[in-house]
Design a protein around this ligand. Sequence first.
Ligand SMILES: [Zn+2]
Ligand SMILES: [Zn+2]
Length: 536
Amino acid sequence: MNLNLYGFGPEGREQWIIVDLGVTFGDANTPGVEVIMPDPTFIAARADDLLGIVLTHAHEDHMGAVASLWPQLQAPVYATPFTAYLVRDRLAEAGLLDQVSLHEVPLGGRIKLGSFDIELVTLTHSIPEPNGLLIRTPAGMVLHTGDWKIDPEPLIGTPTDVDALIAAGEEGILAMVCDSTNVLTEGEAGSEAGVRSELIKLVGEQNGRVAVAAFASNVARLQSAVEAAEHNDRTVCLVGRSMHRMMGAARHVGLFEWAKPFIDEEEAAALPKNKVLYLCTGSQGEPRAALSRIASGSHRHVKLSNGDSVLFSSRVIPGNEKSIFALQNALVSAGVSVIGEKDRHIHVSGHPCRDELRQMYAWARPRIAIPVHGERRHLIEHAKLARELQVPHGFAPRNGDMILLCDAGAELVDEVPSGRLHRDGNILTPADHGALRERKKLGHSGVISVALAVDGAGHLRSGPEANLFGLAEPKEGFDQVIDALCDTAQNAVENMPKRNRGDERAIENAVLQAVRRLAPKIWGKRPHVEVIVLPL
Ligand SMILES: [Zn+2]
Ligand SMILES: [Zn+2]
């Protein structure tokens, strides 16, 4: 979930720009929270001095938070056509389309925002229109790479604009803020062209239905799959909402004009098995995505069985192993063969490996290296690589670090608030808010609720009644333990000293303590206990 801030000007009177505004996704550790984003409190408090939000490319981790956070920022948004198309879609969903001024910038274009003169440099990555930014200021130039690799044959878009990078290097780059994702991998990421030829070959070897699972945003990969289908006389059928959404964006920028028309799921089901190729979402085992539904046999139109195959043209994102393996096991159980990047060359990364990083440093020759876009060990390793490449200064930042960039090097000058926000239903809430902690505790422990009504003298007038949520049934059965809980609650009230009986809080507390003592004897754990005392 990228959010970078650049500031220029005298202290306290800086002008600011945001580069990228992305999200990450929740997992089993954040029950009920699907989307997580950076907390923009620091810049929201300075929104009057925020000149613009510039997006490098359309991956979720770079633009997924625009619609959610824009209301706090209220600044114009700048993006190239493919990215702008997808942002517009999101703004429309959020009902913000007529409030946000969204500027479409051509590839290689320039944006002037106050003291910032920003030039877009076309790079290559795993999505159309990845842009590096040359950010010129009176204090020097920053190359903010965004996500990139060096693909001599990217299939979609032009190769890396090496001339622009070399020219900027000659002009003098003060600092390079650079992708660290693959710094632990030697060599090069590999070209999309290699994947295309392998997919063509591999699809040709199949006799049954073929499904290719890929990230919908990897439009070059979609193109490779479409070409593999056409080469092998198969018709393409898109499966999954984000496949259709991305294809819409791709066609908007003039891609896929050459492709034969795609067919819908019903038409595909009527074709002979060896005449169809499904392009599916869900390569990470996401439970609601198309491929999981196909694997469990619950997809309405797409059925795979003995002799069919699924090609996972994607990588296993760390953390997703369990759900991906469960998905693959389900497919194999149904007789479907599963082919992944370990079996055949059907995936390449979109991020630079060490040889590509060396090449980028040779072109840009920055005075300062600021590694970003990686975990701590990636950033540290990247800073070390930059030192080996004779970059005089480097700084591996932590979230919230404010770094002063000047000829003398990089200096940590401040730490600013930089938490996370959770999208919890339709509410944006700080990640350290107690709600999620409570929810997780309830998820583990279950709940006992006890309700009773008392009159002014503290005599029981109704109840107690007990209810259980999320608790396993003990040997003696639910009815029996509920009776025991009610007896315990009633005894607790009746055993109270008379003088305390008029006090509802004291009754509540007495019942609470008694039920809390009993519960571990029944369940061997401590459920959350909720007591409600109604005065009559
Ligand atoms: Zn990224
Ligand atoms: Zn990316």
